[in-house]
Every structure is written in C-alpha cells, then in structure tokens.
Design a protein around this ligand. Structure first.
Ligand code: GDG
Length: 478
C-alpha cells in the first residue's frame, strides 16, 4: 500500500520576504529543517506517494496566497492561528517554559496558565486543520516540543492513523520534569502517548521520558514499550544526522572553493577558530568567549596569531532572555577586542546574521578548529556537518559533553562547557594536534556519520514505526 506522509512542525520551513511587490520564500535555518529537508530531498529513497508539510507560515492568509511557492518536493499545508494565541504558545509556553526547562535552565522557566491555555488552543488548531484532510492510511510525523499534545488530539479523532513523534531537544531527568504543574505534566505526556512511536536523540532521553511517564501516569514500561490503553507505544533512540554526501562533496564546489580562498586570505598565516549557532543561551556562546580569552592569556604566543570567527544567527528575539544574551555577547566581544586587539589584529571577528550555505561550508573547511560548547543541546548538527565537510582530512572538533552528538563523536576533543580551563587547554591542544592525529580522528567520525546519515535515521524511524503499528493493527505498510 502506498501512503501519504504528513510532516508537522511548528513553523513551515520557510520565511516569506517582500521584494518589489513580490513575496519570495527563503528557506529558514535550524536543525529540524536541515534534517527533514535533507530526508525529503533524497528522492526515490522513501516510499510515500505524496509528502505534505504542515506548519505556521509566519504570514497572514492574504500574503500566503500571493507567495510563489516551489512545491516540487512536497506540498505546504499552512496553519493559521490568532496572533495572540500564537505569541503565548510560541514565545510563552514553548520557549519560556518547555525550552528552558528541558535544557536544564529551570530558573528561566515561566509558569503562566494563559500560556498553557494558548499552547492547547494552538495545538487544537493544528489538529482541526489536519483533520480536515487526513486519511486513515496517512502517516503523520510530528516534530518537537511545540506540538506535544497533538498526537493525543489526533488519536481521539482518528483512532487508527499512524503517528510518529520526534523530539529534537533533550527530555530532562524526572527531577526537572516534575517541577511542571501536575495537570500540565499529564497533558504533555498523555498527548505524546497518542503517537505509536516516540523518538529521541539518545538513550538517556528515552530513559528520562520512560521514568517520567511511569511516575506521572502510573504506568510500568516493558523495555521500550508502554501499554497505553489498548495500544502499545514504542519509545526509542534515533540519533538525528545529516546528508553526509552533501557536506562532503561541497569541498570542491567552485563557489565554495573561491570563498575559501577569500577566507584564507583573511586568515593570512593565523590559526582560525570557528563557531556558528542560533542565538540561544543553551549554546554556551558566552562561556566559549570567556574560555577563548583565557586561552589567549594562558598562551600569549597566540596573540596576533589566531582569530576566532564567531557567527550568531538571530533567533527568538521577542524573548527578553535572548535579547539580554545578545547584549552580553556584544559587550563581551567589544571588551575583548578592545582590551587585547590592536589596529593590526582583532581576536574575534563577529557576525550577527545568517550565512549562505556556501559561506557556511567555506568557513567549515577553512578553519583549523570548530569550537562547539553548548551548555545543553539535544544533538547539535553543526558538529556533524563540520566533520563531514572536511574532505581534506584536517581540522579539529572541540565539542561539549552536554551535546547529544558527544555520544557518537567520541573522537572529538570533549570538554565540559563550564570548565573554562579545560576549554582553553583544549584549544591549545587542538592547535598543536599532528596532521596524522587529525586525520585519524576525522576519519573515524566521518565513517560513523556516513553510516548513519539522515536517510538512515529516517528509514530507521519509519521501519520501527511500521513494526510497532503492525503489532497493533497487523496491517502492511509498504
Ligand atoms: C535543534 C536542536 C538538534 C545554522 N546557522 C546557519 C545555518 N545553520 C544550520 C546548521 C544546522 C542547523 O542550522 C542548526 O542545527 P543544530 O542541530 O546545531 O541546532 P538547533 O537549531 O538548535 O536544532 C538540536 C536539532 O534540532 C536537530 O534535531 O540537533 O540539538 O536544538 O544544520 O547548518 N545554515 C546556514 N546558515 C546559517 O547561518 N545556511
């Protein structure tokens, strides 16, 4: 049987911009979009007859209707909500409670009942819009923490549909989850259990989720299965990945080569450190800067001989914590450049803006060290992309142990992001690592990513979804 795939995420993977009376969609960036797009674009490797992507478009219906869309790989299903509800659902419950709490920042969490109500309302709008077109044999693939109640809502209306839910962020230990009001805990977990398969990046997140369900909903799980009413729900780890070939083959693309030359000229004979993140307190940008300054103090021979290219991509700027974070980063860089820099040398070159794919790849492949220091990160695709891009087999990855990716990328120089001395020392070690050692570490990590690329991740997820569904319904999914 051939079936449709309905992808559901908070936002559609595009940002609509107005130029000369024309509305032009530009692809948005972010980990979820990178991974799901990569899977959808791998033509011929999936078995679905049609692919639809449902989410909020970020513009009103009138503008949406005027936008020129490319629907060659999948069709868009826009979800329209009231502005106020969306604000409380997105900036409120999703990003001022779930995001900070699930990333171990409980002091940043806001417990506002109106946010919770809006969170449920917007999930209901998603449910109603989807329900209008859903078919019993559709496979629904829900993404992330914005839409935790949705599977439960859809299940009530369509008891037999196949639903997979994938969480892109960590699931915290029960000690953190339990601080959420009990009624909300139950709504979130019961909603999630509407899915047939719930996927997380790591075995730790799976264990945390199972424990939270057992305690909050008084269930007992059997290995990776939870008996929920008449259904068996599977909970499993699927470490998200990237399109390895895309990043690996980019090395010799003419545009990337010529940009690389430009960056190499900027680098001159200096060593180059590079990092790129969305603006987010979880990404550890400030502690990275503190550690870099410490490195320059501890190893003064590098003063004037190293440069740190720091790219921060604007994100969630309507939330106060993000604005405050931006100010602190701006100030820190200003102080560092003025206290240690000179007319001839700036320790940090800073861009607060999005990069094109070509610029990103040219920077991945020009730098000597990628410095990735999140305080918490579900996975971190930048780390995998950097490794895959190094077809020249040189370069070193310094990676936080608090990123999900550290469970797989064990040949990186792993650091604790709170340990300034350790990061400073690792930068010095990275800059002295022999070419043979760089190659051997890169090679083993490249093999791992190549083997479990984004397509393998999705195929693995759909394979398990098919198995758990056939346990319940005994039907064939082709
Ligand atoms: C969430 C989780 C998890 C970034 N800046 C630019 C740009 N990007 C692309 C990167 C990468 C993606 O965005 C960022 O992905 P990450 O995984 O590093 O981080 P989040 O956005 O926080 O993603 C994360 C992920 O979901 C997937 O499950 O790994 O833990 O937080 O692909 O390349 N791309 C371009 N220009 C930029 O300036 N072209």
């Amino acid at each position: 049987m051939q079936r449709r795939l309905l992808i559901v995420s908070n936002r559609l993977p595009l940002t609509i911009e107005k130029t000369d009376n024309l509305y032009i969609p530009r692809q948005s960036s972010g980990g979820l979009i990178s991974a799901v797009e990569a899977y959808l674009n791998s033509k011929g490797k999936n078995n679905f007859t049609e692919q639809l992507w449902a989410g909020v478009p970020g513009v009103d219906r009138e503008v949406w209707d005027k936008t020129e869309l490319d629907e060659s790989h999948y069709q868009f299903m826009p979800i329209f909500t009231s502005q106020e509800d969306y604000e409380h659902y997105y900036n409120g419950f999703s990003n001022s409670l779930l995001w900070p709490l699930f990333h171990y920042f409980p002091s940043y969490a806001a417990y506002e009942p109106s946010f919770f109500e809006a969170y449920l309302s917007v999930n209901k709008v998603f449910c109603e819009t989807l329900s209008a077109t859903i078919r019993e044999d559709d496979v629904v693939w829900i993404h992330d923490y914005h839409l935790l109640p949705l599977a439960g809502m859809l299940r009530e209306k369509h008891p037999n549909i196949t639903i997979g839910l994938f969480m892109h962020i960590p699931f915290p230990s029960y000690e953190l989850f339990r601080v959420i009001p009990k009624k909300w805990q139950r709504a979130l977990l019961e909603g999630m259990l509407g899915a047939d398969l719930i996927g997380f990046h790591t075995a730790d997140y799976v264990a945390h989720f199972l424990k939270s369900v057992d305690i909050a909903l008084k269930t007992t799980h059997d290995n990776k299965y939870i008996q929920w009413g008449t259904r068996q729900v599977q909970v499993d780890a699927f470490p998200i990945s990237i399109d390895f070939s895309l990043f690996n083959n980019a090395f010799h693309q003419p545009e990337i080569q010529s940009l690389r030359k430009k960056y190499e000229a900027l680098k001159a004979n200096k060593k180059m450190l590079f990092s790129v993140d969305r603006l987010d307190y979880t990404k550890g940008i400030l502690n990275r800067l503190v550690a870099y300054e410490r490195f320059l103090q501890q190893y003064p021979e590098y003063i004037g001989n190293v440069v740190f290219i720091l790219v921060v991509v604007p994100s969630r700027d309507a939330i106060a914590k993000y604005n405050e974070g931006k100010k602190m980063i701006d100030e820190y860089i200003g102080n560092l450049n003025s206290s240690m820099g000179s007319i001839n040398w700036q320790p940090v070159i800073y861009q607060y803006d999005h990069l094109t794919f070509e610029e990103l790849l040219a920077l991945y492949t020009t730098c000597d060290v990628a410095l990735i220091t999140p305080l918490r990160d579900g996975m971190n695709l930048v780390a995998k992309e950097f490794i895959a891009s190094r077809q020249d087999q040189s370069g070193v990855l310094i990676l936080s142990e608090m990123a999900g990716a550290s469970a797989e990328l064990t040949d990186a120089l792993l650091i604790n992001p709170n340990d300034t001395e350790e990061i400073a020392e690792s930068i010095a070690i990275a800059l002295k690592l022999s070419p043979e050692e760089q190659e051997s570490r890169l090679n083993s990590m490249q093999q791992a990513i190549k083997k479990y690329d984004v397509n393998a991740w999705a195929v693995d997820f759909f394979g398990e979804l098919k198995k758990v569904k056939s346990l319940q319904l005994k039907f064939e999914v082709k």
